[in-house]
Design a protein around this ligand. Structure first.
Ligand code: NAD
Length: 486
């Protein structure tokens, strides 16, 4: 008797139930040995007042099966609701988001017939964590946190993925010319880990020109590794130019759990019309079958799906008078794939997955290095400043009694004191930088007490402190950026 693997299934919102119904029908017709536990997550749960969108019994199922096949979810607009996708990825430790974007020319219209790239996106960190604050009447902040172990895990994963799937090149995309620390560490770790994979070609582009190149010459790329938000944007661009966002599936991989979903959203504009393309979710399910060690079922379904595309049986999103033979709805597409189970494509290469393909890639990040010497050498004190000019504020703060000296005042990263270079700077949000020395080469360690004393004096001056950031040296190297113009 075949042992069935338990998986958790969430039907999702919008077109979710339609594409999940079609996908599961194909899996069932292919006799995939899976046992389904269905959970309810998303819009209905949000509207019951559970702001995470996930009830307790859903977590229990996930802990049991460790595998989730999920349709897209509608995140309600407005405050109070956290994105369920982000919660799932972070809570389950799904650090890698793997998004293959492949052209299916000449059957699906695309300008880039040779395109075959995989975007490996960091899935837990960066601005996507959604740590946001309103600091003043007018100023809103989103915190970008990037960790070295987070970078190590995702970059190690990207190289291991390239090795496993016989890909030749890994390209890293960052914006480290501007974000020298957060994107800088991603790039540095990429260079470090690349040395362990001499057979794989490596390169780095700044994300803007890299994205432009993906949009115009996607066939140039093989595996791309990048951070959370960049990867999110880039993979939609890549999926769209490959043919349709409706085609691409994604795997969210952790060391202990995994979630598989289409890359697109719940498409409320076509929900209920039964015209959505189920291929994105079906491709995600194929990745899931590989993950749960059912490579033969994965290949059986993928070959039938490729044959369906070749036979010109297309849903509306990829239908073209020139290339397609029959326009079908979601269910008819599923039936066409089912009719072709056991058949192989004739134009595309028939897919075979080796039996060891499901061997898991486990990445913990490199072993801990010797800790750097960390010295506190100053502080940035941010204030909500409704009325003082930069000079008035500078003069006031120069009078404070402290071992720390006022070095500069900045507004949104630009120096506005001393010697402001612009006529009418924005002054309602100021960062006042105090250091143990004005000479960056002579910074000496201070205690937290110095900062507390400064804060007390700010309070006496009735200055509204909205946050502080400590300035550190790590092994003598600056752990903070300088202001523009400092
Ligand atoms: P979307 O991806 O849902 O839709 C963008 C466009 O692509 C629409 O015109 C839609 O009709 C089309 N499209 C998407 N999937 C298709 C398919 N399978 N077949 C045919 N056409 C398809 O993006 P959106 O409109 O920005 O987002 C809608 C909702 O989805 C939002 O609430 C958003 O938060 C959510 N969302 C969820 C996920 C997820 O659950 N992983 C991902 C992205 C967006």
């Amino acid at each position: 008797m075949t042992i069935k693997t338990a998986i958790t299934v969430a039907y999702g919102d919008g077109i979710g139930p339609e594409i999940m119904g079609a996908t599961l029908k194909i899996l069932s017709a292919a006799n995939t040995p899976i046992e389904i536990e269905t959970i309810e997550v998303g819009e209905k749960i949000y509207l019951q007042g559970i702001t995470s969108g996930i009830p307790d019994n859903a977590w229990e199922s996930l802990k049991r099966t460790k595998v989730l096949l999920k349709s897209p979810i509608t995140t309600p607009q407005g405050g109070g609701y956290k994105s369920l996708n982000v919660t799932l990825r972070k809570t389950l430790g799904l650090f890698a988001n793997v998004r293959p974007c492949i052209a299916y020319a000449p059957f699906v219209a695309t300008e880039h017939p040779k395109m075959d790239l995989v975007i490996i996106r960091e899935n837990e960190e960066g601005t996507y964590a959604g740590i946001e604050h309103r600091q003043t009447e007018d100023v809103y902040q989103c915190l970008k946190l990037v960790t070295r172990p987070g970078c190590e895990r995702i970059i190690h994963y990207a190289f291991e993925y390239a090795k496993k799937f016989n890909r030749k090149k890994v390209t890293c995309l960052t914006k480290d010319n501007i974000m020298k620390m957060t994107d800088g560490i991603f790039h540095d770790v990429f260079n470090e880990i690349a040395k362990d994979y001499p057979d794989i070609q490596t390169e780095h582009f700044i994300i803007d020109i890299g994205t432009a190149r993906v949009a115009t010459q996607p066939e140039y790329f093989d595996v791309i590794v990048t951070s959370n938000l960049y990867g999110d944007i880039l993979s939609d661009v890549a999926a769209q130019i490959a043919g349709s966002v409706g085609l691409a599936g994604s795997a969210n991989i952790g060391n202990h759990m995994a979630m598989f979903e289409a890359i697109h959203g719940s498409a409320p504009d076509i929900a209920g019309k039964k015209i959505a393309n189920p291929s994105g979710l079906l491709n995600a399910a194929i990745q899931m079958l590989i993950h749960i060690n059912q490579p033969a079922s994965a290949a059986l379904i993928e070959n039938a799906w490729l044959k369906t595309l070749e036979d010109g049986i297309h849903t509306a999103d990829i239908f073209s008078e020139k290339l397609s033979k029959r326009k079908v709805n979601t269910d008819e597409f599923a039936d066409a794939v089912i009719e072709r189970l056991g058949k192989n494509p004739t134009h595309f290469k028939t897919v075979h997955y080796q039996s060891d393909i499901s061997a898991k890639i486990t990445c913990y990040g490199a072993d801990k290095k010797i800790l750097a010497k960390k010295e506190l050498v100053g502080v940035d004190i941010f204030i909500d400043n409704p009325h003082l000019t930069p000079n008035e504020l500078g003069e006031k703060l120069k009078q404070l009694k402290s071992k720390l000296s006022l070095i500069t005042i900045t507004s949104r990263g630009l120096k506005i004191w001393p010697n402001c270079l612009i006529k009418a700077p924005y002054t309602a949000h100021c960062s006042c930088r105090f250091q143990s020395s004005s000479d960056l080469k002579n910074l000496t360690a201070i205690s937290h007490q110095e900062i507390i004393s400064l804060l007390q004096q700010f309070e006496e001056l009735k200055l509204d402190v909205i946050k502080t950031e400590n300035l550190y040296l790590y092994d003598g190297k600056l752990g903070f950026s300088l202001a523009q113009g400092q």
